[in-house]
Design a protein around this ligand. Structure first.
Ligand SMILES: *Cc1c(COP(=O)(O)O)cnc(C)c1O
Length: 217
C-alpha cells in the first residue's frame, strides 16, 4: 500500500456512501514511524497527520514544519492536563477529549492562548476498562458540558475493541453524534476505514497501511 492507494480508496468509499470524494479527511498516523517515511509522504504533498503522544510530536513536527508548509496535525492519543498548553501549540485538532477536568483545562488554556484546536470527544464504545473515553451512557451529558464551556466541538471519536466487529461500534458512535447534532466522526483505521466511511466517518486515522508496519508501539 501507499499514500496514493489509500487516498484512492478513501475517495471511492466516500462516493460509494453518497458523499463527495473529498468529504473524508485522511489522517496519516505517523507515530513511531522513521522520519524518512514521514518525509516521503510530506513530499508527496500530504499535509494531514496524526500522532498519539504529545512528547513524540513535539520532538519531530516543529522541524518538519520548517520545510513543509500547512501541516495539519491531529492528536489521537491520551492527553494529560499538564500537557494541554503544549498540545495547543502543536495540534490543530484533538480527538481524545474524554473527561470533564481535561475539558475545563482546555477551555482555560485556550482562553489564555487565544486559540483552540477543533475537538473530538472520545467515546469508549466497547466499555473496555483499559480504554480511554466516556462511556456511551455518559456521552450526552459530557457533550453538553463541553458546549457549556464554549469549546469548539467538532465530533466524536472511537477505537473499537480489537476482537469485535467494528461496524457495530461505528454505528453506535454515529447514532450518539446524530442525536447531539455533531457532524464529525473520527473512526476507522488501516483495517476498517472503508466500513467506517460507509457508516459516516468524516475523519479516518490510517497508519500502517500508508507507512508500513510500525517498528515499535
Ligand atoms: C495507531 C493508531 C491508529 C492507526 O492505526 P493503524 O492500524 O496503523 O492504521 C489510529 N487511531 C489511533 C487512536 C491510533 O493510536
Amino acid at each position: 500500500m501507499s499514500l496514493s492507494d489509500i487516498t484512492t480508496r478513501v475517495r471511492a468509499a466516500a462516493i460509494d456512501s453518497g458523499r463527495s470524494a473529498d468529504s473524508v479527511t485522511l489522517i496519516a498516523v505517523s507515530k513511531v514511524q522513521p522520519d524518512a517515511r514521514v518525509e516521503a509522504v510530506l513530499s508527496e504533498g500530504h499535509r494531514c497527520f496524526g500522532e498519539n503522544r504529545v512528547q513524540e510530536a513535539a520532538g519531530k513536527w516543529p522541524e518538519f514544519r520548517k520545510t513543509f508548509d500547512g501541516v495539519d496535525l491531529h492528536l489521537i492519543g491520551p492527553l494529560q492536563s499538564n500537557k494541554v498548553r503544549q498540545a495547543l501549540d502543536l495540534f490543530q485538532s484533538i480527538h481524545s477529549v474524554d473527561r470533564p477536568k481535561l475539558a475545563r483545562t482546555i477551555a482555560r488554556v485556550a482562553q489564555e492562548e487565544g486559540h483552540c484546536p477543533d475537538l473530538f470527544i472520545q467515546v469508549n464504545t466497547g466499555e473496555e476498562d483499559q480504554k480511554a473515553g466516556v462511556l456511551p451512557a455518559d456521552a450526552d451529558g459530557f457533550i453538553a458540558e463541553c458546549r457549556d464551556l464554549d469549546l469548539p466541538l467538532k465530533g466524536l471519536m472511537c477505537i473499537p475493541p480489537v476482537e469485535e466487529e467494528p461496524s457495530l461500534h461505528f454505528a453506535l458512535l454515529a447514532k450518539i453524534a446524530k442525536r447531539n447534532d455533531l457532524t464529525g466522526l473520527s473512526m476507522g483505521m488501516s483495517s476498517d476505514f472503508e466500513s467506517a466511511i460507509a457508516l459516516g466517518a468524516t475523519h479516518v486515522r490510517v497508519g500502517s497501511a500508508i507507512f508500513g508496519t510500525r517498528q515499535t508501539g
